[in-house]
Design a protein around this ligand. Structure first.
Ligand code: ADP
Ligand code: MG
Length: 675
């Protein structure tokens, strides 16, 4: 028997229970021993019978005087009653429908009972108490008792018994170098795992948690640092000359903000290296990430290298393409768009095959598209930089194509700020550039709750703004009317606005179910101000850039997440025109909406979101399959310390040849991608 033994082979488990345990993710003995309690119930204190109080949960240690089972006349239940006593008094314990108990709990023996004291027929008794015979080590009572996350098919007592039995039979091997355990004053693995389940006292529990938290963080550190080193073994053609960048910058209609300039400097430094970089460009909605990316890929193209810009949706890919076409074409850089439905080179529609040819022979220097561009069947001559826009919007499957990247710089962009501890752990192999300010001249977006009472006022306001030449978005939670809850759908709202509310204006409709070419046409018409009001589903959430739009009206706004609402609002306020956001809702007190009214700053809002939703949910660490079960990532000190230790370890033993068990643990950890 070792940690890899399948649980169905364990004597106490067997096939039926194995099925239940597998549902909990427990496949092997190792999984079982690492199936940690979610909490401990403190039953350490033993109360004398005379001190029991009704309503309180207590532990008693008593001799069993007599026990009997009988059926009640009225409700036909089996009752088991035990009369028990300690030196201070006697008491009844009572159980329903557990007739076998009078074979388990026998007179003259000493038992511990834990349960809530109740008064029935004027008598104090324990109802359905947990029972356990006195032993040298109690498992279920009179200690810190582990409480496991469970399904209803197995009881705490059953699982506790199984885990305890196999913990006692096993020795869990150590995998962290001895010198680290010493310097960090950590428990060894065997002791930590055992006492995390069955701690002798609170302070041992704390020490074992500390050790296991260290494990999680340390293993992650070693892995991300190894990833980083692996990149340094790959190669890309370094750029040698960026003197042309200055004149390109001078031709822009605006000056870069100082953070944009700094981010660009950091990226060009990466591009001068002969090995690939993995950088995250973080910046709030509207901070101007696109131009930084555009300048970076332009620089590659000018060195004869290919680059790709990936967006999470075809709309966004097409928008980037149309916006940046001139930027590239102005000095002869050939850019193509390749999505499932639209293929263009230098703005002209082309056959699929001619795009594929131009990527393969290197005549297309920049490719725009979705993740599909990275599928293996698409060949590039010398793809050297991949930019991923709105990285947090890519699904797990979409992200998995990144595995196909070799010898390529990766620049990901996201508006979601990453807390420092996460940046150092899960994303510790990334270099980060941050856009700290918005371009000058942006005004705060006037944000208010909208209700049915002021709806017509809001429509009147939209009319006035459009007469002044501005444009508006109306976002609906659904595409089509599909429920009876009165949730606004984009298609129904479009009809209402186009024919009833604004018959004299041009209203457009955009949602994910349109064909790509239709989406592109609608977006282009909105961009060209041929559409005054764009009714849309959440497809416009990310990246849509129409600076002339000044009104963002969100229907059913309580149905969206905070980050998503912030993204919606970020579609306006992209020029010097004053902009407005109306949050229509039936729930004006909603904390997310209130947070949005109070702050315009994505970093503050992310902080708020973190408080409302918690780290795992917000950063998708749970969905990604890897999950810090014990470590709290707010422990910056532990994160930093373990990073230093991981660096030292890899410096002395890069392939971990002296620590095969550590190596195994790292390889077993699933990949995590940035959310
Ligand atoms: P995001 O970071 O949300 O992707 P964008 O890159 O779409 O933001 O930029 C938002 C808008 O700001 C765009 O219209 C862009 O042209 C403009 N912009 C970007 N940088 C600057 C700047 N330095 N000064 C003025 N406007 C800028
Ligand atoms: Mg963007």
């Amino acid at each position: 028997m070792d940690l890899k033994t399948p649980i169905e082979n364990l004597y106490l488990v067997g096939p039926a229970r194995a099925k239940i345990l597998k549902k909990l993710g427990v496949q092997t003995l190792g999984d079982l021993l690492y199936y940690f309690p979610r909490a401990h119930q403190d039953l350490t204190k033993i109360t004398f019978v005379k001190d029991l109080r009704p309503g309180e949960f207590s532990n008693i240690k008593t001799r069993v005087l007599e026990i009997k089972s009988f059926r009640t006349k009225v409700r036909k239940l089996t009752l088991t009653q035990a009369l028990v006593e300690d030196d201070t008094g006697s008491l009844l314990c009572m159980w329903f429908n557990q007739p076998y108990l009078n074979k388990v709990i026998r007179p003259h023996e000493t038992f511990l009972f834990s349960g809530k004291a109740v008064i029935e027929k004027n008598k104090l008794m324990l109802q359905n108490p947990i029972y356990e015979q006195e032993k040298t080590e109690q498992v279920h009572t009179a200690r810190l008792v582990p409480i496991y996350p469970l399904t209803s098919q197995i009881t705490q007592k059953q699982l506790r018994h199984i885990i305890k039995t196999y913990l006692d039979k096993s020795t869990i091997p150590e995998y962290i170098p001895e010198y680290i355990l010493k310097s960090e004053k950590l428990l060894d693995e065997d002791a930590a795992v055992k006492s995390f389940h069955f701690p002798p006292d609170q302070s041992s529990l704390k020490r074992s948690k500390n050790r296991l938290a260290f494990d999680e963080i340390f293993v992650t550190q070693v892995r991300v640092l190894q990833n980083k080193k692996r990149l340094q073994k790959q190669s890309v053609v370094p750029i040698s000359d960026d003197s042309r960048l200055a004149s390109k910058l001078a031709s822009l209609p605006f000056q870069l903000t100082s953070s944009q300039q700094q981010a660009l400097d950091e990226i060009t430094t990466d591009l001068r290296e002969p090995y690939p970089a993995n950088r995250l460009l973080e910046g709030d909605v509207g901070s101007g990430k696109t131009i930084v990316a555009a300048l970076s890929v332009w620089l590659m193209a000018k060195h004869g290298l290919q680059a790709a810009i990936l967006a999470p949706t075809e709309i966004l890919a097409a928008q980037h393409y149309n916006n940046l076409l001139k930027f590239f074409a102005d000095d002869g850089v050939v850019a193509s768009l390749y999505t499932s439905q639209i293929q263009k080179i230098n703005g002209y529609a082309m056959s699929r095959q001619s795009i594929l040819n131009s990527l393969a022979d290197g005549s297309s220097k920049i490719a725009f598209g979705t993740h599909a561009l990275l599928e293996k069947k698409i060949k590039f001559k010398n793809l050297s930089l991949v930019v991923i826009d709105e990285q947090h919007r890519f699904g797990v499957e979409q992200r998995s194509v990144l595995k196909n990247l070799h010898n390529t710089h990766l620049l990901t962009m996201s508006a979601t700020p990453i807390p420092r501890t996460l940046a150092l752990t899960l994303y510790g192999d990334l270099d980060i550039s941050m856009l700290k300010e918005l371009p000058a001249g942006r005004q705060a977006i006037w944000t208010k709750i909208g209700t049915e009472e002021n709806r017509s006022q809001a429509y009147e306001f939209i009319k006035k703004q459009t007469q002044a030449g501005r444009q508006a978005f109306v976002i609906c939670p659904r595409v089509e009317e599909s429920d009876k809850l009165g949730v606004k759908s984009a298609t129904a709202e479009y009809k209402k606005l186009a024919y009833e509310v604004f018959p004299q204006l041009t209203v457009g409709l955009l949602h994910g179910k349109l064909k790509a070419s239709e989406k592109e046409a609608v977006m282009q018409a909105f961009k060209d101000n041929e559409i005054n009001i764009l009714v849309a589903s959440s497809v416009v959430e990310v990246g849509v850039d129409v600076p002339n739009a000044t009104i963002m009206m969100i229907e059913g706004s309580e149905r969206f997440g905070l980050a998503q609402l912030h993204q919606f609002r970020g579609r306006v306020g992209r020029s010097s025109h004053k902009s407005y956001c109306f949050l229509f809702t039936t729930d004006p007190e909603n904390p997310r909406l209130q947070a949005l009214i109070e702050s315009q700053n994505g970093f503050d809002l992310a902080e708020k979101d973190l408080q409302i939703r918690g780290l795992g949910d917000l950063y998708g660490t749970e969905q990604s399959g890897y999950n810090f079960r014990i470590a709290t990532l707010s422990n910056l000190e532990m994160v930093q310390r373990s990073r230093t230790l991981a660096e030292q370890l890899l410096a002395s033993d890069p392939s971990l040849s002296n620590y095969p068990l550590l190596k195994q643990k790292i390889e077993a950890q699933p990949e995590v991608h940035l959310e």
